[in-house]
Design a protein around this ligand. Structure first.
Ligand code: UD1
Length: 416
């Protein structure tokens, strides 16, 4: 079990380059199945979740070649349409191969990814979308078998703008005869990146980034070269880390518009944020003011930034309120922050944080990826040493996190 040791750090300063987006790279790698050719994906972060997706693609028959942040996927010899539990159980995003397999081969058998610490996370919206396109599914022994004679375009209205369901339905529909319209779909930047990739491969997807996507099915796709967008959650986490230490940090390779809601909240509490093209400078003089946030689908405040901002709120005198609307169990990090002397009360989907101007280091457990990031943020400004157990979670979503923080002057170290 690796541990992330964070000592109280001076103000972070300097510049660091943000890696490519994990949540964009995962569906784009899965969608390479659709092309039956060779795609080159650049700016792919080096993360364990990405490695697992590559293992799944290899299992299906894709040839994968990785050199640093460039992954080449040759899907011309895919010879398997089933993914066993050993692989799907490791990352939820494994279910994203279902749409491409169904579109290209008319069948997919994928072990259900199941819930995780942040919530039950069903895949009913994915399956409802496949069914609207004409597929049938059977759930047996924890696996779902999806099949169809032929898919045909349909009008699909999602009950909730699920990111994964939108991606899976797009991927199932691109090779489908006729027109598919997805309403109330997700509009996250990762959806736009997937549509951009598929359009370069020859797909005809319009409206990505809005709540209505129109796909005109095409007969075949070809591979292409694509560069993954910057990781907005890594950028947001580094912004909060910089703010909590009253730092002066420049993040390179960032898309400002992907971070509007986070920037708006940080600006509201008194953090100074300036955009220079694809760079963002964060300057903060503590103390800053309290505020309230509510997580929402994009362009609202991202649930994936909720725990990190909660850690920052612990250092601001007064009461801040966080309401989580996306996942039902995303306050698992709260007892860990309480070990560090935080005063936080959770009632259902709301957490009330009474900032008392600081925390003290303690031994804590990362309960999930973003919870781990929150504990790092807390540890940077807490008095003394914070030992974060289960640090492997951080490797799932933060590429070279230790090195990036060290480059900014943080006193951190990973113990394997
Ligand atoms: C993606 C991100 C994750 C982020 C989340 C919300 C990836 C790999 N992960 O996850 O980091 O926190 O978006 O921005 O991109 N739901 C259903 N039925 C479904 C699908 C979803 O009820 O069929 C519910 C989920 O349980 C959850 C909510 O919808 O409560 C949002 O989930 P969704 O947007 O699908 O998140 P993911 O795609 O799993």
């Amino acid at each position: 079990m690796s541990r992330f040791i964070v000592n109280s750090s001076k103000a972070l300063s300097g510049e660091v380059c943000v890696s490519g987006s994990k949540n964009s790279a995962l569906p784009i790698l899965a969608s390479c199945i659709l092309t039956g050719g060779v795609s080159t994906i650049k700016n792919v972060p080096v993360l364990s979740d990405i490695e697992i997706m590559c293992t799944i693609l290899s299992h299906l028959g894709c040839k994968i070649n990785r050199v640093d942040d460039v992954i080449t996927v040759d899907s011309s010899n895919v010879n398997c349409t089933a993914v066993p539990f050993e692989l799907t159980g490791k990352i939820r995003a494994s279910f994203l191969v279902a749409g491409p397999l169904l579109a290209r081969f008319g069948r997919a058998e994928v072990s259900l990814p199941g819930g995780c610490t942040i919530g039950t996370r069903p895949v009913d919206l994915h399956l409802k979308g496949f069914s609207d396109l004409g597929a049938e599914h059977i759930i047996k022994d924890g696996s779902v078998s999806i099949s169809c004679k032929e898919l045909s375009g349909a009008r699909i209205c999602l009950d909730f703008p699920s990111v994964g369901a939108t991606q899976n339905i797009i991927m199932a529909a691109v090779l489908t005869k006729g027109q598919t319209i997805i309403e109330n779909c997700a509009s996250e930047p990762e959806i736009v990146d997937l549509a951009d990739f598929l359009n370069k491969c020859g797909a005809n997807i319009k409206g990505a980034g809005t709540d209505k996507i129109v796909i005109d099915g095409t007969n075949s796709l070809k591979g292409c070269t694509h560069t993954i967008i910057p990781d907005r959650i890594e950028a947001g986490t580094l912004m909060v880390a910089s703010a909590v230490t009253a730092g002066n940090v420049t993040l390179k390779n960032v898309n400002y518009s992907h971070l509007s809601s986070v920037i708006s909240k940080l600006t509201e509490i008194g953090v100074c944020i300036t955009e220079f093209g694809s760079d963002i400078n964060i300057k903060c003089t503590m103390p800053v003011k309290t505020t309230s946030i509510k997580t929402m689908p994009f362009p609202g405040f991202p649930t994936d930034m909720q725990s990190q901002i909660a850690a920052l709120f612990c250092f601001i005198n007064g009461t801040s309120v966080i309401t989580e609307t996306i996942f039902e169990n995303r306050f698992m990090y709260v007892p860990e922050l309480i070990r560090m002397n935080a005063d936080i009360k959770v009632d259902g989907r709301t957490a009330v944080i009474n900032g008392k101007g600081g925390l003290v280091g303690a031994e804590v457990n990362a309960t999930d990826l973003r919870a781990g990031a929150a504990l790092v943020v807390a540890g940077l400004a807490a008095k003394g040493k914070t030992i974060i157990n289960n640090a492997d979670y951080l490797k799932r979503g933060y590429c070279n996190f230790e090195d990036k923080l060290k480059k900014l002057g943080a006193d951190v170290i990973i113990e394997e």
